[in-house]
Design a binder for this molecule. Structure first.
Ligand SMILES: [Mn+2]
Length: 287
């Protein structure tokens, strides 16, 4: 395996960093299409090989307005952890008062990240996903993530939102009701518009938020390289505007899951993934 360079936003050592990026090359929680384990290194290889990361960094990093603010967030990319070490890594980063930025891997990784962080007090999740991941008849895989998370200490379903959902199973709809968790569909976003949706999100979320993005939330036209593509998804800019706005107010950590390079077309999904990471961190850089 060739040695992979860190992401171009890697600009300091762990000790000095506010943001710590690491990959979790684990797709054991997937059922049908495997391959999300290749995402962390594939994204690094792609953006470095094409100098895309550098090009973005040298120019405007903000989608808002036409300014040319430089990326200045103290960020380190520490590479990948071994399978099973993601929980300890998340624990260390959170204890060191830094923000973990995790590249999966399948979505079950998210549960172990949040568990490892062991967040004090009440906290909620902003969960971008085509699927609610609320299967309760089976656990510890990519279909049960939200249900697994709901059992963690301090989790507040009423301060949590699943956004972009469009293919729930009956069991999952029951669990949404049972937990009292909020749902925003892609149709809601189109009908109400991003501005109204953001107002609702801010009213719902509390102070401590973990942000999780399953790449399948995006329409497969824009993100074909995912484990389980679902038609009629949200647009990249809808995700970016919402995620950046929420990140501006602070998140405890965030992740990008279920990117599956072998199904990608012209690396479109991986390029978008890098852009999302860069944009979200840049929204938090002045905090
Ligand atoms: Mn998911």
């Amino acid at each position: 395996m060739e040695k992979t360079l860190p992401l171009p936003i890697n600009n300091c050592k762990y000790e000095d960093a506010d943001f710590v990026i690491f990959g979790v090359p684990n797709d054991k929680g997937s059922r049908y299409r495997k391959g999300s384990k290749d995402a962390p290194n594939s994204i690094r290889r792609y953006v470095n090989k094409n100098e895309i990361g550098e090009v973005i960094l040298g120019k405007n990093i903000s989608l808002f307005g036409t300014g040319t603010k430089k990326f200045s967030a103290k960020t380190t990319d520490v590479g990948n952890v071994k399978i099973g070490e993601e929980e300890a890594m998340a624990k260390k980063i959170h204890a060191d008062k830094k923000i973990p930025v995790v590249i999966g891997g399948d979505h079950s990784v998210t549960y172990r990240i949040i568990k490892g962080m062991n967040i004090k007090g009440n906290w909620g999740v902003l969960y971008f996903d085509a699927h609610p991941d609320l299967i309760s008849s089976r656990g510890s895989y990519f279909g049960s993530v939200m249900n697994d998370i709901s059992k963690l200490r301090g989790f507040s379903p009423k301060e949590s939102i699943i956004i972009g959902m469009r293919t729930p199973e009956e069991e999952e709809l029951d669990n949404i009701k049972k937990l009292g968790i909020h749902v925003i569909t892609p149709v809601d976003i189109e009908r109400l518009g991003v501005r109204e949706i953001l107002k609702k999100i801010k009213e719902t979320l509390g102070k401590r938020i973990y942000l999780s993005i399953d790449m399948d939330v995006i329409d497969p036209v824009f993100a074909p390289g995912v484990t389980e593509p679902e038609p009629a998804g949200i647009l990249p800019n809808q995700l970016l505007i919402i995620a950046k706005e929420i990140a501006k107010e602070g998140v405890l950590g965030f992740d990008l899951m279920e990117i599956c390079p072998k199904y990608d077309i012209q690396n479109t999904t991986q390029y978008l993934a890098y852009r999302i990471i860069l944009e979200i961190i840049s929204s938090m850089q002045d905090r």
